[in-house]
Each structure stands twice: as structure tokens, then as C-alpha cells.
Ligand binder design. Structure first.
Ligand SMILES: Nc1ncnc2c1ncn2[C@@H]1O[C@H](COP(=O)(O)OP(=O)(O)OP(=O)(O)O)[C@@H](O)[C@H]1O
Ligand SMILES: [Mg+2]
Length: 284
């Protein structure tokens, strides 16, 4: 196994003691199992911007807070300095989000810091020191699928209550260990309030999870949790304790009662007018 430069730096600095194995080499990051003293942990090494498609990330960057207006202007202009700032913002997002979500009571890997491009975090394990299976890799009974769905919707609500949307939630970014599901992979997380694509991302996140679990419990496919939580969030009424129904009453399904009464009145008037017309014709 080739140990990347970033992990060699962490070894030299004594932040990690051993690189045990590689879990995954992806487009945007490589993930390793490492040892820190007696603890086995997970290290995510981010790739540099040149190796990623940055254009497609533009929608995610919207609304992300940067430290000052100088940085914001530089990022907008995409000067070399701006690109460096973008790079740093991208790499820092995941660790920031993990700390925020732990504080908000969302079950995510416990972060242990971010060091020269490497995120150190809790290894979500299968009990044998390997990575726990992904949601898409576990078989569930219909009742288990309903329970997992309820739990994950609750996690999405908690995230939204702390102002965040995952933005890439799917069966690939949920691990399942002995205690249940753990959401991972947050570099693209967005601020719910400052992003025009927020609702679309929330709908997609919830839709992906619902579709996966709908294979085991098809009744889940009719639920509409994203729209329901978004409406409450917009009114400032969403809390982690909010009990959602999964049902959204659409305008087409529940027509305006006043409109219907008018339509009936119009029809009645029209009938009366026609009747009067007929009577007048007969009299004449
Ligand atoms: N904290 C963790 N504990 C255990 N395994 C992890 C952890 N973080 C990541 N992994 C493993 O590494 C894989 C990739 O991690 P992650 O999704 O964070 O990175 P990524 O580069 O965005 O990958 P992808 O492109 O597949 O989404 C996960 O699917 C999982 O198997
Ligand atoms: Mg992933």
C-alpha cells in the first residue's frame, strides 16, 4: 500500500501511529484505517482541486459562509488566491459540519480534528475493524425498513434544524453498524437558508433514502417528508421533536372550498336563467 504524503506528515508529527489499510480510493478522497495509540480510527485524505470537477460544485458553494468580504470577492473572481480559498473552504467543510452535527445530536462519525488535508474521525465499524456495510448492502424486513426510514427522516430534520442539508444523501453515504444507521460524507453540505437549490437538494436527499427503503416497504414510496419539513422550517416551526405525517396536502387535492361554493352557485344561477329563458319562450 502506498501511503500518501499527507498521511506520512501525520505519522511524522505523531498524530497517527500507523496506517493499517486503505478502505477506498475515490474521485474526491481516499479513506484509510489508521491507529492512534490504542484507538483504531478513520482518516479521509482529500484530493486537490485539480483532480476534481469544480464547476459541478458551484451550486453547493452558494450561500456558504466565508470569513470576510475580501475572501468572498476573491472566491467570486476565482483569482488564484480565490481558488486557494475555495480549496480550503471545500476541505474544511466536512470537519466543521461533523462538529456541528455531533453538537446537534445527529449520529455521525465523531471527528478528531483536521490536519493538513486529512480528516480524522471515528471508524464506523462492522465489529471486526472493517468499515460497516452501507445502507444499500443490508437486507431489511419491511418493519426494519420503516424504522430505519423514520430514524433517518428524524436525522434529516435535526440537520435542517441546525441549518444544514446533506446534499448527497443516498444508500452509499449511510453506514449501518450494530447501533443503527450513521450518515457520512459531508463536504458538499449546504446552508439551508442561503441556497436557492436547498429545497431541491432536500427533496433529492429524502427521495433517495425513501426509494432505497421503499424496496423493502413499498408504502414508504407514497410519503412526502421533504416538502412537509421544508414548509415548517420556512415558518420557523421545525424542531427535532416535530412529529411529521409524511403527508402533504396538495392544492389540486384539497381545492379552495370558497372556489367550489362559487362554482356551485354559478351553475345554479345558470340553470335558473336557462329555466326562465325556456318559460319565457313558451309564454311568447
Ligand atoms: N467514518 C467512517 N467509518 C467507516 N468507514 C468510512 C468512514 N468514512 C468513510 N468510510 C468508508 O469510505 C467510503 C467513502 O467515504 P466517503 O463517502 O466519505 O468519501 P467519498 O470520496 O465522498 O466517496 P464516494 O464518492 O463513494 O461518496 C464510504 O463509503 C465508507 O465505506
Ligand atoms: Mg460517499
Amino acid at each position: 500500500m502506498r501511503i500518501p504524503l499527507e498521511l506520512q506528515t501525520l505519522l511524522e508529527d505523531g498524530i497517527i501511529d500507523q496506517v493499517l489499510r486503505q478502505l477506498k480510493s475515490g474521485k474526491e478522497a481516499s479513506v484509510y484505517v489508521v491507529r492512534c495509540g490504542a484507538e483504531v480510527r478513520c482518516a479521509k485524505v482529500y484530493k486537490d482541486m485539480a483532480q476534481r470537477s469544480f464547476q459541478q460544485r458551484a451550486q453547493y458553494q452558494e450561500g456558504r459562509k466565508v470569513r470576510g468580504s475580501r475572501q468572498a470577492r476573491a472566491m467570486a473572481r476565482s483569482t488564484r488566491y480565490g481558488r486557494k480559498e475555495q480549496e480550503a473552504a471545500w476541505k474544511n467543510t466536512e470537519v466543521d459540519v461533523l462538529y456541528r452535527l455531533v453538537a446537534a445530536g445527529v449520529r455521525v462519525p465523531q471527528p478528531f480534528g483536521f490536519f493538513s488535508g486529512v480528516l480524522l474521525m471515528e471508524l464506523i465499524s462492522d465489529g471486526q475493524g472493517n468499515s460497516a456495510p452501507r445502507l444499500g448492502e443490508v437486507a431489511l424486513s419491511p418493519q426494519q425498513a420503516i424504522d430505519v426510514h423514520l430514524f433517518l427522516i428524524g436525522q434529516v430534520v435535526r440537520m435542517l434544524c441546525s441549518g444544514l442539508i446533506h446534499g448527497d444523501l443516498s444508500e452509499f453515504n449511510v453506514l449501518v453498524d450494530a447501533q443503527g444507521p450513521v450518515i457520512i460524507d459531508f463536504p458538499q453540505a449546504v446552508n439551508a437558508a442561503g441556497n436557492n437549490n436547498a429545497l431541491a437538494m432536500l427533496e433529492r436527499d429524502v427521495g433517495n433514502i425513501t426509494e432505497t427503503l421503499g424496496h423493502f416497504a413499498p408504502e414508504l414510496l407514497a410519503t412526502r417528508y421533504a416538502a412537509e419539513m421544508w414548509e415548517l422550517f420556512g415558518k420557523g416551526e421545525l424542531t427535532p421533536e416535530t412529529r411529521l405525517s409524511g403527508i402533504v396536502v396538495e392544492d389540486e387535492i384539497a381545492p379552495d372550498v370558497g372556489e367550489v361554493v362559487h362554482a356551485i352557485d354559478d351553475a345554479r344561477e345558470e340553470a335558473v336563467r336557462r329555466q326562465l329563458g325556456r318559460e319565457a319562450a313558451q309564454a311568447g
